[in-house]
Design a protein around this ligand. Structure first.
Ligand SMILES: [Zn+2]
Length: 467
């Protein structure tokens, strides 16, 4: 089988914790990451006898908004089901999930040229967490269970196997995160487990329509890990098939430490879970008027905003700004206050995004006027930006208060440049002998003497005197 061209086929299951204050079926508050174990639990999420679960409306709303943003159909009726299995992190012995009547079906997410079909978006509850003393289960002498997470709402977003590479799978997950944040359905922070991507991967001979045997990957907690895990798994499957073996359908974990996947357990099939309708929650009939209200209230979605921004900006900048709703809002509000588009976009990507601090559009527009007009240096503008973001004061006030100025006056710059030339005879001679890069050494000395000199104007004066 060597020399075969393989096609990679990837579907994604993404679990997302919707932004809610309380758990899926009880009033327990969502625990902070560092909360002491088993402090956010009650009779309902511990599965004690005689209690009744009540669906969380905020979770239903987040799920519907996500489904609508993914162009899903919302069936008239939906219900919850019990998925039965025994595991120590599952106190009830079953998980309340959705089986044959999910909250939404048949959506899509546009990923540049590729359209990824969404099979369903449904709601369920999370499990607790096991903590193994000694790091790994087979070496642990004691295991502990923390049920703070048991019963936390989860949306499961299932795609069809429409992705064809690790790059596409990563782009899909990133786009989903942007979308969830834009519509306010989730903070979708991967490192905090609020967005968990589980790709299922198979390979097949190029040109074939049949699906190969797939493996599902877990324990992935960054986009980088997602990309690496998929590439590792694809290579592993190729080796298995090319040496005459068969891929086993199973769940495999990703080891960040060893940068490889390892077998966790053979994959369960649906019949193993003995699904049946949750008898304690009546089927939901979703109010159509409410759904239309939610649809109408959706903000502009990232793909649309990006294509609109791409009409004003180079594609790279449009994508960088369009990927973050807050940055995009800041950009548009500064431009609406008269700031030039390109300078504003560059400033946001290079100076605002790394600080994570935001100011108003009016303040940013003012700042860009000051720095673009040569009144202050870029370093001063950076300082003024941070102070403005922290205090809410205007850049003009801050600049005046600190006495920020930039020397652009030609006669002042000429005095400076003459002093620099006198002090650096070698670099001056080198430059005059044709070594153009000697100008950089002279400029460096000038800026050391006068940090507030306007670099562009100083450069011109220096070049004129040398020429
Ligand atoms: Zn509870």
């Amino acid at each position: 089988m060597r020399g075969v061209d393989w096609e990679v086929v990837i579907g994604m299951e993404v679990h997302v914790q919707p932004r809610t204050r309380s758990k899926m079926f009880c009033g327990c508050a969502i625990a902070e990451l560092n909360a002491p174990p088993n402090t956010h639990v009650c009779e309902v999420c511990l599965g004690l006898p005689g209690v009744l679960p009540v669906p969380n409306q905020a979770a239903v709303e987040a799920c519907l908004k996500t489904a609508l943003a993914l162009n899903c159909e919302i069936p008239r009726h939906t219900k919850f089901d019990r998925k039965n299995y025994m595991y120590p992190d599952l106190p009830k012995g079953y998980q309340i999930s959705q089986y044959d009547l999910p909250m939404s079906i048949n959506g899509r997410l546009e990923l540049g040229e590729r359209r990824v079909r969404i099979r369903r978006v449904h709601l369920e509850e999370d499990t607790g967490k096991l903590v193994h003393a000694g790091d790994k289960l087979h070496r642990a002498w004691e295991s502990y269970v923390d049920l703070n997470r048991a019963g936390v709402p989860l949306m499961e977003i299932v795609s069809e196997p429409d992705l064809r590479s690790a790059d596409e799978a990563r782009d899909y997950a990133v786009e989903l995160q942007t979308l969830l944040r834009t519509i306010g359905a989730s903070t979708a922070d991967m490192e905090r487990g609020q967005l968990r991507a589980e790709p299922n991967i198979s390979i097949r001979r190029a040109g074939s329509d049949e699906l190969g045997v797939k493996t599902e990957l877990k324990n992935i907690n960054s986009f980088r890990a997602l990309h690496r895990a998929i590439n590792f798994e694809v290579e592993r499957q190729k080796e298995v098939l090319e040496s005459g073996g068969a891929v086993v359908q199973e769940t495999r974990g990703w080891s960040e430490a060893e940068q490889r996947t390892f077998s966790q357990r053979s994959k369960e099939f649906a019949e193993d879970y003995r699904y049946f309708p949750e008898p304690d929650i009546p089927p939901l009939e979703l109010d159509r008027a409410w759904i239309e209200e939610l649809r109408a209230a959706l903000p502009e979605l990232p793909s649309l905003r990006r294509s609109r921004l791409a009409g004003q900006l180079p594609v790279g900048l449009a994508n960088a700004i369009g990927a973050d709703r807050e940055l995009a809002d800041l950009y548009e509000s500064a431009v609406a206050k008269g700031a030039p588009a390109l300078a504003t976009a560059n400033w946001i990507v290079n100076e605002v995004a790394p600080t994570g601090k935001l100011t108003s559009g009016a303040n940013l527009a003012e700042l860009i006027r000051l720095v673009d007009g040569g009144a202050i240096t870029r370093d001063q503008a950076r300082e003024a930006y941070l102070e403005s973001a922290d205090t809410g004061r205007t850049p003009a006030e801050i600049v005046t208060e600190h006495g920020y100025t930039q020397v652009s006056d030609e006669s002042e710059l000429r005095v400076l440049a003459e002093a620099v030339i006198d002090a650096n005879p070698k670099a001056t001679a080198d430059f005059r002998a044709g070594k153009k890069q000697a100008l950089q050494a002279l400029m460096a000395d000038l800026r050391k003497r006068a940090p507030h000199a306007n670099p562009k104007a100083a450069n011109e004066v220096l070049a004129k005197l040398l020429g």
